[in-house]
Design a protein around this ligand. Sequence first.
Ligand SMILES: [Zn+2]
Length: 109
Amino acid sequence: MHSTKAMAPRAVALIVALLHERADVDAVARVLLEYGERPPLDLTPHDVETMRLAAARLAGVFARVPGGLCAATGCGKPYLDLGGGSPRRYCGTRCATRERVAAHRAAHP
Ligand SMILES: [Zn+2]
């Protein structure tokens, strides 16, 4: 996971996670671990705050934040949205399907 190809999704996931108001040590550590960092990370809230400031500057470079956090209940994983087609709300088809089924059940009890 240290190829250049892996770096872009990792950077975006991190920025998306950092810019979200729920960003805390756990959320940031989760992204780092998912993208190949090895524990222990020894992240402090101060580290996260520093990273947040850097991410906020970077976000100014993008026209918009190129992703979001999965809207599925209990997921919240960052996803990359490269545009083209309808805007994404979920990290993957599994979450999208799960939420669609849940919405359908709620609408047709
Ligand atoms: Zn998800």
